[in-house]
Design a protein around this ligand. Sequence first.
Ligand SMILES: O=c1ccn([C@@H]2O[C@H](COP(=O)(O)O)[C@@H](O)[C@H]2O)c(=O)[nH]1
Length: 244
Amino acid sequence: MSQDRLLVAIDTAELDGAVRLARSLAGSAGGLKLGLEFFSAQGPQGVAKVLASGAKLFLDLKFHDIPNTVAGAMRAAAALGPFMLNVHASGGRAMMEAAVAAAAEGAAKARKPKPLVLAVTVLTSLGDEDLSSVGQHGSTADQVKRLAVLAQKSGVDGVVCSAREVAALRSECGPDFKLVVPGIRPTWSAVQDQKRIMGPADAIRQGADYLVVGRPITGAPDPRAAARSIAQEIAKGADKGAGA
Ligand SMILES: O=c1ccn([C@@H]2O[C@H](COP(=O)(O)O)[C@@H](O)[C@H]2O)c(=O)[nH]1
């Protein structure tokens, strides 16, 4: 079903608002994403309350530290029962390998299914000039590819990238490597702080597995209707008969 590929980013510090959104989006999206804002305010107990709505959860904490520290954090996060967790690929191979092993350990110890572990390549809010300003010369596309290849060698299940890199990564990393894509903007929504953006249908046509969409849904007057509209766009992108 097209909505299975939609993960809604609930970026709020408020527990009640997050639980209300989670309940109202049930059946209109494949899962929810909670990130740093919610986790910093509500912690693991808040995550457990959102999980109790029955949603599949991408816990987007983007760990980036030395391997031992990331392993400890991944063990604890995996025990909460998310279906996806992530780290920054720029933390390097040893860190990603430690993250993969620790996620499996943490889930097994808590008797939860092993989560998918993803690596963030280059944030979708960054462009070539931003990379250059932190001393990384060359294009975002090249950097994303370099980090995705390293992530795959490190044993992660997939990467977070923008839709603009999806086609290249699909051919480089193969059909089973998960490509999870934020920076999705339907024509009716504002770009805000995102830079490497694409519409839902085109992102799916490029080969994305999951689309992560936040403010176009959570900031809409009717979030459930906005999620359904995006799911329809996903269906169009997935419809091979429509010239995809
Ligand atoms: O490169 C990245 C990695 C993560 N994100 C997260 O996705 C959502 C996008 O929300 P919008 O409101 O649709 O912009 C947000 O939670 C980010 O933390 C990303 O945008 N880019």
